[in-house]
Design a protein around this ligand. Structure first.
Ligand code: CP
Length: 312
């Protein structure tokens, strides 16, 4: 059986191209499973998974939980708001106490960049990063690139634009790693204040001209402005941001071809994308969400197969 080159999923940076192909191949199989009348397989019947969310989430949390249940794992959920974190317990103590209840895999979202790497070094468990601060969101990039491959066949030479708050975006960083690994060309578009310095050294091009970027690309991934991570003002106001960087039906209608529109969610309708575009045929936003379950089933299944527990 083919296996992943890693024992944790901490970021796309740590993966090899063969890992991406294996995850996509396995996700394709699981996508067929979750579209059957009986959407479940017994594979992880003897595995227990803890979902630890120290930061808000809708899609990622529910998608991981559903993926785990579709694989027949036992699942426990932890949310920091109602936990003893508020009484001063450390992250390592919290995770070790949960692991003492015989948990095999930890899925963790945390507001601090590097939290998943840190915990993987300090506890004995398989760790899956469900988003750490402004660092990486590997399962999101895997479902985004899986969805793009479904549309285009393969991504070699495809032109993919990422527009919006690149500076604060773990989705952007993980997507850049994944898209480059799969052979795509990547162009970033944002106000200069929301572009990290020296980002071109990752092998991407940069523009502040949205129409130029939209005319260049085959697909555009629209990012949310992450006000919760901003301590400063990065642009004058939301109206001006939308005028310069918002994706509207009018802008799409001026292009020479039909491009594919992605958004990782949550959407700020009327800010980075209008409802007309988000709900249009060109948008594959809900396909991304559907694929998220299959891709997360693949990630969990492949990592679980590296544990010393026989799968069913
Ligand atoms: N895309 C994403 O991470 O969404 P949530 O914050 O709702 O999990």
């Amino acid at each position: 059986m083919k296996t992943l080159s890693v024992s944790h999923l901490l970021g796309i940076k740590n993966l090899k191209l063969e890992d991406l192909h294996l995850i996509f191949e396995t996700a394709t199989h699981f996508k067929e499973v979750i579209n059957r009348p009986i959407k479940k397989v017994p594979s992880l019947r003897d595995i227990t998974i803890a979902n630890l969310f120290f930061e808000n989430s809708t899609r990622t949390k529910l998608s991981f939980e559903l993926a785990e249940k579709r694989l027949s794992a036992d699942v426990i959920n932890f949310s920091s708001a109602q936990s003893s974190i508020n009484k001063g317990e450390t992250l390592v103590d919290t995770v070790n106490n949960i692991l003492a209840m015989k948990v095999d895999i930890v899925v963790m979202r945390h507001p601090n960049s590097g939290a998943a790497h840190y915990i993987s070094k300090h506890v004995k468990s398989c760790i899956i990063n469900a988003g750490d601060g402004t660092h990486e969101h590997p399962s999101q990039a895997l479902l985004d690139t899986f969805s793009l491959q479904e549309k285009f066949g393969n991504l070699t030479g495809r032109r993919i634009a990422i527009v919006g708050d690149i500076l604060h975006s773990r989705v952007a960083l993980s997507n850049i790693y994944a898209l480059k690994m799969l052979g795509a060309e990547v162009r970033l578009c944002a106000p200069k204040s929301l572009l990290p310095k020296h980002i071109e050294s990752m092998g991407v091009s940069v523009s502040t001209d949205l129409m130029e970027v939209l005319n260049w690309c085959d697909a555009v991934n629209m990012l949310r402005v992450q006000n919760e991570r901003m301590e400063l003002s990065y642009f004058p106001n939301t109206r001006e941001y939308s005028q310069n960087f918002g994706l509207t039906g009018e802008r799409l209608s001026q292009l020479r071809k039909k491009i594919v529109v992605l958004h990782p969610g949550p959407i700020n309708r009327g800010v980075e994308i209008t409802s007309e575009v988000a709900d249009s045929e060109q948008a594959i936003i809900l396909d991304q969400v559907e694929n998220g379950v299959a891709v997360r089933m693949a990630i969990i299944y492949l990592l679980a197969s590296k544990l010393n527990i026989p799968l069913k």
